[in-house]
Ligand binder design. Structure first.
Ligand code: ISE
Length: 347
């Protein structure tokens, strides 16, 4: 007679339970198989208490360090503000705990590289990677299909990608630098993901600012990227449209032009007054809910099978490359023409 050993859930600790962290807690608690949220922490203790109360058996600790060291935490999800990611990711690596770090990996390339180095050193010792990076679009069905089509040559030679990233609103204090590191960083990773090559130069073009741009903010902005093989990527970034959330990709190839992200959800025609259309998602949570679910489920499965990082997931190296490109984009905000991207060799 064979017996099956009971498979216990992976106990996840979540650092930061603001908008994104709270969304991840609810996801793990309600939709992800093989995992449960064991511990949470937040700079605002009351917020952590409030979110912990929504999950049976979840406790609150005071600091990220305490959470990472906790015996009842097998894996860590970092959803704190970007400036804390480097230290928290390195602490997870040092504790040899797999971590899913929300993007960006760090707010500059040097910090991102330190995470890559720390992970490489740990991997040399244990043979496994530790860091998954939350570029969730890689898990979006349309994204994955387009990437696979490009890789299979179905669109022929790709010359151009035309990308658009529009948010309804951003939080107050969202600067041009945050537009680059927090928003355009998704397109930077998308370029690596779709084309499988690095960005070598970035130019930023600033049209007249829209009426909702904060004082000194350049919203919308147009980013141009040049890749190693000479492809050009345009990215329209408009973070205060006051309408809804929109992320579009058009891949221009010699054997076909493919577009994804045109619409999301139901389109209604023949309504009174002759209107045609649907509802735009308010923000990235409903738009990418399936991608977030797939990303977290794949992460849990990878931890369960001992590989720690899912095959389709972005890694710390992807986070470093994105930071190197964002750094050049930040320089390009005030420079003429293309700014070169410099990337260090992979350790
Ligand atoms: C936010 O942090 C995200 O990651 C969203 O996907 C992006 O659309 C938004 O612009 C960022 O602020």
């Amino acid at each position: 007679m064979t017996t099956t050993a009971p498979v216990s859930d992976i106990r996840v600790g979540v650092i930061g339970v603001g908008q994104m962290g709270a969304d991840h807690v609810a996801r793990i608690a309600r939709r992800i198989k093989g995992a449960r949220v064991a511990v949470v922490t937040d700079y605002f203790r009351e917020k952590a208490e409030e979110i912990a109360a929504t999950v049976l058996g979840c406790r609150v600790v005071d600091t990220p360090e305490e959470l990472i060291a906790a015996e009842d935490v097998d894996a860590v999800l970092i959803a704190s503000p970007g400036q804390f990611h480097r230290d928290q990711a390195i602490a997870c690596i040092d504790a040899r705990k797999p971590v899913l770090c929300e993007k960006p990996l760090a707010m500059n390339p040097e910090d991102a590289y330190e995470v890559v180095e720390a992970e490489a050193a740990a991997r040399a010792e244990t043979g496994v990677p530790y860091v998954s990076l939350g570029f969730m679009r890689r898990f979006d069905r349309e994204y994955a299909e387009l990437r696979d089509a490009i890789a299979a040559g179905a669109l022929g030679e790709i010359s151009l990608l035309n990308l658009k990233h529009r948010n309804a609103h951003t939080l107050p204090g969202f600067t041009d630098t945050m537009m680059v590191y927090d928003s355009a960083v998704h397109e930077v990773d998308a370029i690596h993901y779709f084309l499988g090559e690095q960005v070598t130069g970035v130019q930023v073009i600033l049209p007249v600012a829209g009426p909702r741009a904060a004082e000194g903010q350049h919203d919308p902005m147009l980013l141009l990227f040049r890749t190693e093989s000479g492809r050009i990527v345009t990215d329209e970034l408009y973070v205060n449209t006051a309408s809804g959330y929109e992320v579009r990709t058009e891949a221009v190839g010699s054997a076909g032009i493919a577009t994804i992200g045109l619409e999301h959800g139901r389109v209604t025609t023949h309504q009174e007054g002759g209107t045609w259309g649907g509802v735009m998602p308010a923000d990235f949570r409903p738009r990418f809910v399936d991608a977030y679910d797939a990303e977290v489920q794949a992460w849990i499965a990878a931890i369960a099978d001992g590989s720690n990082v899912a095959e389709r997931s972005a890694t710390s190296w992807d986070g470093y490359l994105a930071a190197a490109t964002c750094h050049a984009a930040e320089q390009a905000l005030t420079a003429e023409g293309f700014v070169a991207v410099t990337a260090r060799p992979r350790p």
